[in-house]
Design a protein around this ligand. Structure first.
Ligand SMILES: *Cc1c(COP(=O)(O)O)cnc(C)c1O
Length: 466
């Protein structure tokens, strides 16, 4: 062992104390830290020959980079759908690195039992039947990938082909139907050799980004019983709107189609009696994707996949080698073989705050979104692009083009109090605000609205109308 390593080992208590103090300093300042930030990066460093030791490496990192990190774990980062980290999840995540378990197989540790237990807790939170088997993956993108790989295996087996053994070469294209699938679904189709263009768009309901069930019915009926994959949204990213899972699910059952539900954040609506109806019909799904690092408020990276077709999933993801177990090990469910102990932060936060805590978090986010929507509707500068139905507010400047919207976003980022992401919805350049962090309180709303009003007032009046 190098001298520096043995020195660091002897100083481990001090090093961990420094890490604790650094984390605390960052988290204490978090509510006032700029929500989004992008300073010019410093010139890249070269690899040192001798090494600095952990204490000096940490000091160097903090000096060079800490002020340039975003406040995305803080209360007013409303871009994308960004969760925070609860105290229990943070403690769990720290210990994941200390324990450094490889949660690939059941052979040498109870860590896999923690993952199975956490998956059971989540199934209960989401109201999923026990027939759904799960696994932790890196995010909803990976969950969509695993789900669609399993769906592809199912379609092709129905057509008499084993894609997991023989590949897709020369096979007919499977039918994939969807309304407004997330970009990560298209990415998954690209990775899987099915192609982004494989999705045949099903017409949406008027003024809503969700499938018209009668249009879906016509498409499925036209297949004459040929297998298809239907992709539904439980939480569309611009509006938080939901496909009618009961209607879509019944159509899939009747016509023999695979139903995949992308519930990255929206599946957490199941926690709230006021919103749980949005997920009615979820049990019809064949596969479900969800995120932990959004509304569960565990740190990155944490995603969840559930399917009711574990044997099919394992046909795709099994890794066969003499030294790997052939049992029901978790490595046969996911793209990774070696797997991080991602379940622990989720287990910690679920046990620490329980069903009631997660319901309160979801309802708080939805109440904040509603209140921001009301504030914007009353503003002279802004207008809503869609009704607020869950935790997302989709809005726009009353006038001006995408360039004006971009100047607004730049002014907001310079202000630092709040962060949004741009979007295009109903043919208009807009902005999105998504609430999914346990730290965001009612007291943040006046701050958010004040930042929006100040940034809009500073914009020049557009020279041409519209
Ligand atoms: C965020 C999101 C994804 C992708 O999730 P990652 O965590 O970024 O991998 C997929 N679908 C929906 C609806 C999302 O909101």
């Amino acid at each position: 062992m190098s001298d520096l390593l043995s020195h660091d080992l002897s100083r481990l208590p001090d090093l961990l104390e420094q890490a604790r103090a650094s984390a605390l300093e960052f988290l204490t300042a978090l509510p006032e830290h700029p929500a989004g930030i992008r300073p010019a990066p410093p010139a890249p460093l070269g690899l040192p020959d001798a090494g600095l030791g952990a204490r000096d490496a940490l000091a160097l990192f903090r000096r060079r980079y800490e002020a340039g990190l975003s406040g995305s774990a803080g209360p007013r980062y409303l871009g994308f759908v960004t969760g925070g980290t609860t105290p229990a999840a943070l403690v769990g995540d720290w210990l994941v690195s200390a324990y450094d378990q490889n949660v690939s197989n059941d052979g040498d540790s109870l860590a896999t039992s923690v993952e199975r237990e956490a998956l059971g807790l989540l199934r209960s939170l989401f109201g999923l039947p026990e027939a759904f088997e799960g696994a932790f993956v890196s995010g909803a993108t990976a969950a969509n990938l695993v789900s669609l790989a399993t769906a592809r295996q199912w379609v092709m087996e129905r057509l008499g082909h084993d894609v997991s053994e023989d590949g897709l070469w020369g096979l007919p294209q499977p039918v994939v139907l969807g309304g407004a699938p997330h970009a990560s679904v298209l990415k998954a189709l690209s990775i899987l050799g099915m192609g982004r263009r494989a999705v045949q768009g099903v017409p949406c309901l008027a003024d809503r980004p969700v499938m018209d069930p009668s249009a879906l019915e016509a498409r499925l009926a036209a297949l004459g019983g040929a297998p298809a994959i239907v992709i539904a949204s439980a939480g569309e990213v611009n509006t938080g709107d939901f496909d009618d899972l009961e209607a879509v699910g019944q159509l899939c059952r009747r016509h023999g189609a695979w139903l995949h539900v992308d519930g990255a954040f929206g599946i957490f609506a199941a926690c709230s009696p006021a919103h749980a109806h949005l997920l009615r019909g979820l049990a019809h799904a064949d596969s479900v994707a969800a995120d932990g690092h959004k509304w569960l408020n565990v740190p990155y990276d944490s995603g969840l996949v559930f399917t009711r077709h574990l044997a099919l999933q394992e046909r795709v993801f099994r890794a066969v080698a003499a030294y790997l177990g052939q049992g029901p090990d978790l490595l046969h469910r996911t793209p990774e073989n070696s797997r991080r102990f991602r379940a622990l932060p989720a287990w910690m936060t679920l046990m620490a705050y329980g069903r009631d805590g997660h319901r309160a978090l979801v309802e708080q986010s939805c109440a904040l979104a509603r209140a921001l929507g009301e504030g914007l509707a009353a503003s002279a500068h802004y207008t809503l692009l869609a009704p607020v139905t869950l935790n997302i507010v989709c809005f726009a400047l009353r006038s001006g083009d995408a360039a004006r919207r971009d100047r607004l976003l730049a002014a907001l980022q310079a202000d630092g109090r709040v962060q949004f992401t741009p979007t295009q919805y109903a043919g208009r350049p807009g902005l999105r605000a998504a609430f999914s962090n346990w730290r965001t309180r009612e007291a943040d709303l006046p701050v958010i609205l004040a930042a929006l009003e100040a940034a809009a007032s500073k914009l020049q009046v557009p020279t041409s109308a519209g």
